[in-house]
Ligand binder design. Structure first.
Ligand code: ITT
Length: 205
């Protein structure tokens, strides 16, 4: 008899994240499905004060709505010169109807004239796994770097055309995606996730 693979729903509407998470967890003995399977599912309101709170709320709410085991992620970019903003507000940084294009334009505007030495930043990611009513596990990762003075490259998504990871001279938009998959906040959070997953008891009530 063949054993059925455990399946996990990727609880994100961000296609950039879906692409990366699927790639980063490829070959892992778990079947991943995405939210496309649940067409009219409403967006979860993110009103927490931390990445952990938002990721937890997304995972628990979607688990309740779908009956699936759900992995959700909350992430953002933090810029030192802005008092580590926008952080948890990264997706909504440029206000109502925010897009990656507008968010990047606002970031460039806010940092206008700031020298390279003052443009430190970091990405952060928190991943939460939940089943109806219970968080099973959480993991996190971060990636240090700085903000470029103009948009460069088309790889990745979101703030990637502006983010130069520490130790490199090019943005994630320019670097081969293989490098992002090795050193990004999400890659680190998911490496920890994989290590912890073997200790998760999916069936404990
Ligand atoms: P879900 O809540 O449905 O997952 P979202 O895009 O709203 O999608 P978040 O609330 O976690 O997700 O917002 C994270 C934002 O931070 C995201 O929209 C990007 O603008 C930015 N971000 C996070 N990780 C990134 C990455 O690897 N590259 C570029 N930008 C990133």
């Amino acid at each position: 008899m063949t054993k059925k693979k455990t399946r996990i729903l990727l609880g994100t509407k961000n296609q950039g994240k879906v692409r990366e998470i699927k790639k980063l967890l490829r070959g892992f003995p778990i079947k991943f499905i995405d939210l496309k399977k649940f067409k009219d599912i409403p967006s979860v309101k993110e009103n927490g004060r931390t990445y952990r709170a938002n990721a937890g709320k997304k995972a628990l709410t979607l688990a309740r709505m779908t009956g699936e085991i759900v992995m959700a992620e909350d992430s953002g970019i933090e810029v030192k010169a802005l008092g580590w903003r926008p952080g948890i507000y990264s997706a909504r940084y440029s206000g109502r109807g925010a897009t990656d294009v507008r968010n990047n334009a606002k970031l460039l505007r806010e940092l206008n004239g700031l020298p390279v030495s003052k443009r430190q930043a970091r990405y952060r990611s928190v991943v939460v796994l939940a089943r109806a009513g219970r968080v099973l596990m959480a993991s996190q990762g971060s990636c240090r770097g700085r903000i470029e003075t103009e948009l460069k490259g088309r790889n990745g998504f979101g703030y990637d055309p502006l983010f130069i990871p520490e130790g490199y001279k090019k943005t994630f938009g320019q670097l081969p995606i293989k490098i992002k998959h090795r050193i990004s906040h999400r890659a680190r959070a998911l490496r920890q996730f994989k290590k912890k997953l073997i200790y998760v008891d999916f069936f404990r009530k």
